[in-house]
Design a protein around this ligand. Structure first.
Ligand code: TTP
Ligand code: MN
Ligand code: MN
Ligand code: MN
Length: 375
């Protein structure tokens, strides 16, 4: 073992699932810069580069204090030459010229606005950008064909831009619980995604739904959706059936990060007298008449058989980089992890688990609680 100031950082694992990454950390100036470059790499469909920037940012999030000098980075994983150049410039001059140039570039700003529309990915945004579209408002008058999701995305753009608060997520949880209770006695809902990791805001609200008796959960979502629609609580929904069949999974299909649960991507219409009480409109700024009595909120509902619940919970809690590295770690151990199951490729058998702790143990990893998966 080495001695000196880098001895501690030298022990940091190269996989995000080997580290504890809290929500609040000490290097936000650096990670914001690196994550902007990652975002821009996504906008240029350069996934490899994007992941490299995200990995570097994630390593800095796991440090016990703020980075002040380049020497402190010695021995840390995932910090390539490019990242180090950016960090060095920020430490010395307070900002990175590459980051500031990117932030102000026309391509970055247009792609950020366009991919910010629900239902629009980088490919579509890039096509529109090449056709001169710069902002969602440009789509309203244009000839460009929008699918149903994108039409909803444009219609509720201003609503969906506003982060969802924890209070709103809890309120939606109560509504979903009521819907689920009404259509299937004994069904259980769990808040996942960023809110389970302790975030106070999010871009959507993610729920897992299951039932203690395997099989009872089948076909639950269409009924939940009908219940919600009958009460005018949904502005948009697209429900997919479960297409997962374990017997056909291995080795026929390669492991994928898209899962095949019964699921519903939706936009809720959240009535908010209670939100208005929290934030009374400023006098003169916005009249009460203009303030809508509701807010559009993105909600993901996912139904899992109870036998897959632990895997679904682990897979839907995130962060996305944490999930990515969990799967990569599993692969390197001769296993295949998805949100449905863990398969041991050498023993040629599934490894069962009823808790996240058991899955970490199967993978030979120290357990990381949700609040420390903010990689
Ligand atoms: P998100 O809701 O996209 O992200 P988040 O909840 O971490 O952050 P935010 O606050 O911005 O909403 O995804 C949550 C997790 O769900 C993420 O770890 C990846 C996982 N997921 C799947 O497993 N399958 C899927 O098809 C999708 C869309 C997400
Ligand atoms: Mn570009
Ligand atoms: Mn989410
Ligand atoms: Mn989601």
């Amino acid at each position: 073992a080495k001695s000196g100031p880098s001895a501690v950082t030298n022990t940091m694992g190269a996989y995000a699932c080997q580290r504890k990454t809290p929500l609040e950390h000490h290097n936000a100036v650096l990670t914001d810069a690196l994550l902007l470059l990652a975002e821009n790499a996504d906008f240029c469909t350069n996934e490899g580069r994007s992941v490299a920037f995200k990995r570097a940012a994630s390593v800095l999030k796991a440090l016990p204090g703020p980075v002040r000098r380049m020497e402190e980075l010695q021995g840390l994983p995932c910090l390539g030459e490019h990242c180090q150049r950016v960090i060095k410039e920020i430490l010395e001059h307070g900002a990175s010229s590459e980051v500031e140039m990117t932030r102000h570039s026309e391509h970055y700003q247009a792609m950020k606005a366009l991919t910010g529309i629900f239902g629009v990915g980088v490919k579509t945004a890039e096509q529109w950008h090449r056709a001169g579209i710069r902002h969602p408002a440009d789509l309203v008058s244009s000839e460009h064909k929008l699918n149903r999701a994108q039409r909803a995305g444009v219609e509720y753009y201003e609503h969906l831009r506003v982060p969802v608060t924890k209070a709103e997520a809890d309120r939606i949880g109560e509504i979903v619980k009521r819907a689920v209770d009404a259509v299937l006695l004994g069904a259980e809902i769990t808040l996942t995604g960023g809110f389970r990791r302790g975030k106070q805001t999010g871009h959507d609200v993610d729920f897992l739904i299951t039932h203690p008796d395997e099989g009872r959960e089948e076909g639950l979502l269409p009924k939940v959706v009908s219940w919600l629609e009958a009460r005018d609580l949904l502005l948009y929904q697209k429900t997919n059936k479960n297409s997962y069949l374990e017997a056909k999974e291995w080795p026929a299909r390669p492991p994928s990060n898209m899962d095949r649960f019964e699921r519903c991507f939706s936009i809720f219409k959240l009535q908010r007298p209670w939100a208005a009480l929290e934030e009374p409109p400023q006098s003169g700024e916005r009249g009460a008449a203009e303030t809508p009595g509701w807010k559009a909120v993105r909600v993901d509902l996912v139904v899992t058989p109870v036998s897959q619940f632990a895997f679904a919970l682990l897979g839907w809690t995130g962060s996305q980089l944490f999930e990515r590295d969990l799967r990569r770690w599993a692969g390197q151990k001769g296993m295949s992890l998805s949100s449905h199951a863990l398969y041991d490729c050498e023993q040629k058998r599934y490894l069962r688990a009823t808790s996240e702790e058991e899955i970490f143990a199967h993978l030979g990893l120290e357990y990381i609680p949700p609040g420390e998966r903010n990689a």
